[in-house]
Design a protein around this ligand. Sequence first.
Ligand SMILES: Cc1cc2nc3c(=O)[nH]c(=O)nc-3n(C[C@H](O)[C@H](O)[C@H](O)COP(=O)(O)O)c2cc1C
Length: 168
Amino acid sequence: MSVSIDDFRAAMSRWTSGITVITVRHDDVTHGMVASSFAGVSTDPVTVLFCADHATRTYPLLKKSGAFVVNILAEDQAETFRVFAGQKGERDASKFEGEEVITAATGAPILAKSLAWFDCHIVAEHPGGNTHSIFVGEVVASDLGAGADHPPLVYFRRKVRRLELDDD
Ligand SMILES: Cc1cc2nc3c(=O)[nH]c(=O)nc-3n(C[C@H](O)[C@H](O)[C@H](O)COP(=O)(O)O)c2cc1C
């Protein structure tokens, strides 16, 4: 029995996730994309993973650079979300326009206003079906960002949402 893609997407839309931007640098090219497939993997060594579609422009840069930064977005970064998800075509050529950026040890750009970030060397690339790769990164540095105390940007039912933190 096979599942229809529409049914799969509808069911996945009921999964609530945070929003990350995966950023890369290769030579003098910086780029990045929104990814919700981020997860922590292990603490020995400290590793994380995310899945990348081979059709994205970020994918070949990941392969060439061997490194990436995971930036966890805060609720006031909804515009950053739209740009890095490719929903704002006119700014696509330079997704970092207007962004405050710090260069990580691997050379990849950190989005300074994020909740937190992880600077990673790629240690494994596993197949994810015919279209995606699962990248495992060893974390060489991580820290809270300037937005660390802000609520997160979350994604649910195909929209970004704000999370009410009622214990603050
Ligand atoms: C909520 C959300 C989550 C996404 N998660 C992923 C993901 O985990 N992996 C991925 O390859 N693309 C993901 N995408 C799609 C990419 O962000 C999108 O294709 C982007 O335009 C790729 O940019 P690029 O081609 O400039 O690299 C997601 C998009 C949205 C809106």
